[in-house]
Ligand binder design. Sequence first.
Ligand code: PLP
Length: 294
Amino acid sequence: TVKAGLAQMLKGGVIMDVTDAAQARIAEDAGACAVMALERVPADIRAEGGVARMSDPGKIKEIQEAVTIPVMAKARIGHFVECQILEALGVDYIDESEVLTPADDAFHVQKARFNVPFVCGCRNLGEALRRIAEGAAMIRTKGEAGTGDVVEAVKHMRTLNHDIARAKAALQEGGDLAIRALARELGVDAGLLKQTAELGRLPVVNFAAGGVATPADAALMMQLGCDGVFVGSGIFKSGDAAKRAKAIVRATTHFRDAKVLAECSEGLGEAMVGISVSSMKPEQKLAGRAKCIG
Ligand code: PLP
């Protein structure tokens, strides 16, 4: 589709969370392929608590005026009116995001009804293919946003890879019948599952997200097979945002070149302090909110 094609153009890039025009310019200068316009980065959403909603349109407009690269903005899961508003503002992509407080604990937005492309989070192939069936043009692994801990992003990427390998094996060994059985088990459309098995990857672009904080983290996710990375709190919660932003872009491009990775990891100053996911209670995790609150 046209929308999935748009997302293809972001491949190999870094999408950075920004809260104002100055940060957006730093991101663009560092070589970000897009920015995510937000009122608060995930680490602050986490720290401040309360209900997290779509940003003030004024904030989004300020960021749209500051840069030439695509501008994304977040809507709450299931909040189709926030999506209508973001589409009216002319954002380039909408992120239906678990980082905000879910507005519907049963249904995601029917994304195919919109002209603007959507990106959605996933923790496994089932979630990814359900979101694609709803019209998502791009997927990102959820990770655990606002922690600076990459462990959940790794888990979700490995789970996705494992699930895709299972789908490939099912198709090779049992054909359409086995695909239909696996589709029932995962709760997904059999046609999309077969397409995934044939391609050996998701049929849309898949970025890593949630806890990426260093050039090495970004390269790790790339080597695990993602198409690019989202960096949320990792840049503007660090000591030297401009330097770290450039280093993460370079590491994402040269993700297999350990010499380059060593160079761009050096002298970056303070990384975001972060919280270790293993020290968190289940209800403190954003990625699995539906299962904890709902
Ligand atoms: N509801 C909310 C708020 C969620 O965050 C998620 C996961 O993305 C789900 C539900 C699970 O939806 P599904 O089982 O359709 O993937």
